[in-house]
Design a protein around this ligand. Structure first.
Ligand SMILES: Nc1ncnc2c1ncn2[C@@H]1O[C@H](COP(=O)(O)OP(=O)(O)OP(=O)(O)O)[C@@H](O)[C@H]1O
Ligand SMILES: [Mg+2]
Length: 362
C-alpha cells in the first residue's frame, strides 16, 4: 500500500493540454475516483500514475518516492482497463497465473495467490474454463483477479465496468467496493459515471478540460459543489438552472426570470453585489403540491415519468422548464396545474459559474 501524490502535473499533447496543473493527494488505502466527461484528462492522469505516459512536467510520488523515472513494471501497480482482453487460449487459472509466472514465482505461491483471489471473487468453480465459456461479468471478475493476484501497492482502474450491462455493472461495482475495503489497497478509479463515483469513492476528483474542479467526499461533492459545472455533473436527473434576477418582496428573496417568479427558501441570505444569478435547484428539492396551497408559484405538468420509487415531472414554470422528482403518490397528471416551491437552492455567478452563496471550498 502506498499513498499517491500528484504535484503540479501537466501533460500536453501538441496543442492539447490534457492535464493542467493537477495537485492530488490519494491517502493510503483510500478509494479515489477521477470523474468527468469524455476528454477531460482522466485516462491521461491515470496513465501518468501508471508510468504509461511521461508527464510534461510535475511529479508523481508513491509515498515519499518520486516515481517519474520508474517504468510501469517497477511501480508495483496493477491496472484494470475497460478492454480487459483475457488470453482466449488459456483457462481462467492460466489467465490469473500468467503475470505471476512471468515474475517467476514458485508454483506453490502461484496456486496460493490464484486460489485466494478466486475465493474473494467467487470464481473458484471457473478456474478450468476458458474465457469464451464464462459470462461477461465473470470475465470482468477474472480481469480484476489478474490485478489482485499481483498484490500491488496501488490499483489503477480505467472504466472497468463500461462493457457490462446495467444490472451487472451495479453488482460488479458493489464487488469492487467490497474488495477494495477488504484488501485495503490504495485505488485510483476512472469513470464518467457520476453515480458510480458517488457509490464507490472515499473522495471524488471532478475534472474539466484537464483542470481539477473539486476534490471532496461524495457527500460534499453533492451538497457543496464549488461551481455550476460540478453541481450540474453530480446528481441524476441533473440540477435545474435558471438565470435570473434576485429581488426582494415582503421581506422575502425571490428569483425572477421573464414570467417566472419563485420565492427562495429563508435559508438563502442576500448575496452582496449579486443581483443577476444562475440559480440551481435539484429535482429532489422542487416541492410540488396542489396549486391552491402553493406558497411558491404555479406550474403546468408537461410530462410525468414514473421510475418506481419516485416520479420525474417536467414542469413549466413561468415559461421555464423545471424537472422535479416527486413522490409517486402525488399522482400528478399531464396537463395539470400544480404549485411549486424550491426547498433548497444554490446560487452561482452567471458568468464564471462560481458558487456565490457559500465560502466552502470543498
Ligand atoms: N496520445 C495522445 N495524443 C494526442 N492527444 C491525446 C492523446 N491522448 C489523449 N489525448 C487528448 O487529451 C485529452 C484527454 O484525453 P483522455 O484520454 O485523458 O480523456 P478521458 O477523460 O480519459 O476521456 P474518455 O472518458 O473519453 O476516456 C483529449 O483531448 C484527448 O484527445
Ligand atoms: Mg479515458
Amino acid at each position: 500500500m502506498a499513498k499517491v501524490t500528484l504535484r503540479a502535473l501537466f501533460k500536453r499533447f501538441g496543442e492539447v493540454t490534457a492535464v493542467n496543473d493537477l495537485h492530488l493527494d490519494v491517502p493510503e488505502g483510500s478509494f479515489v475516483t477521477l470523474l468527468g466527461p469524455s476528454g477531460c484528462g482522466k485516462s491521461t492522469t491515470l496513465n501518468c500514475i501508471a508510468g504509461l505516459e511521461q508527464p510534461t512536467s510535475g511529479l508523481v510520488l508513491f509515498d515519499e518516492q518520486i516515481v517519474n523515472d520508474l517504468s510501469p513494471r517497477d511501480r508495483d501497480i496493477a491496472m484494470v482497463f475497460q478492454d480487459y482482453a483475457l488470453y482466449p487460449h488459456m483457462t481462467v487459472f492460466g489467465n490469473l497465473a500468467f503475470g505471476l509466472k512471468q515474475r517467476r514465482l514458485s508454483d506453490r505461491e502461484i496456486r496460493s495467490r490464484v486460489g485466494r483471489a478466486a475465493d474473494v471473487l467467487a470464481i473458484s468453480e471457473l478456474l478450468d474454463r476458458r474465457p469464451t465459456e464464462i459470462s461477461g461479468g465473470q470475465r470482468q471478475r477474472v480481469a480484476l483477479g489478474r490485478a489482485i493476484v499481483r498484490d500491488p501497492v496501488v490499483f489503477l482502474m480505467d472504466e472497468p465496468l463500461s462493457n457490462l450491462d446495467a444490472a451487472l455493472r451495479v453488482r460488479t461495482r458493489t464487488e469492487i467496493k467490497r474488495l477494495q475495503r477488504e484488501l485495503g489497497v490504495t485505488t485510483v478509479y476512472v469513470t464518467h459515471d457520476q453515480e458510480e463515483a458517488m457509490v464507490l469513492s472515499d473522495k471524488i476528483a471532478v475534472m474539466r478540460a484537464g483542470v481539477l474542479q473539486q476534490y471532496s467526499t461524495p457527500e460534499d461533492t453533492y451538497s457543496q459543489p464549488v461551481n455550476a459545472y460540478v453541481a450540474g455533473f453530480i446528481g441524476s436527473p441533473a440540477m435545474n438552472f435558471v438565470e435570473g434576477q434576485l429581488a426582494s418582496q415582503d421581506g422575502h428573496l425571490l428569483i425572477r426570470s421573464g414570467e417566472l417568479a419563485v420565492p427562495l427558501p429563508d435559508s438563502v441570505g442576500a448575496v452582496p453585489g449579486a443581483d443577476r444569478v444562475r440559480l440551481g435547484v435539484r429535482p429532489e428539492h422542487v416541492r410540488v403540491g396542489p396549486a391552491v396551497e402553493a406558497a411558491g408559484a404555479t406550474a403546468h405538468v408537461l410530462l410525468a415519468e414514473p421510475v418506481g420509487p419516485v416520479t420525474y415531472l417536467d414542469l413549466v414554470v413561468g415559461g421555464i422548464m423545471v424537472k422535479a422528482s416527486v413522490d409517486p403518490r402525488l399522482r400528478a397528471r399531464i396537463g395539470q396545474t400544480v404549485g411549486v416551491s424550491f426547498e433548497h437552492v444554490y446560487l452561482f455567478d452567471p458568468v464564471t459559474g462560481s458558487r456565490l452563496d457559500c465560502s466552502h471550498a470543498g
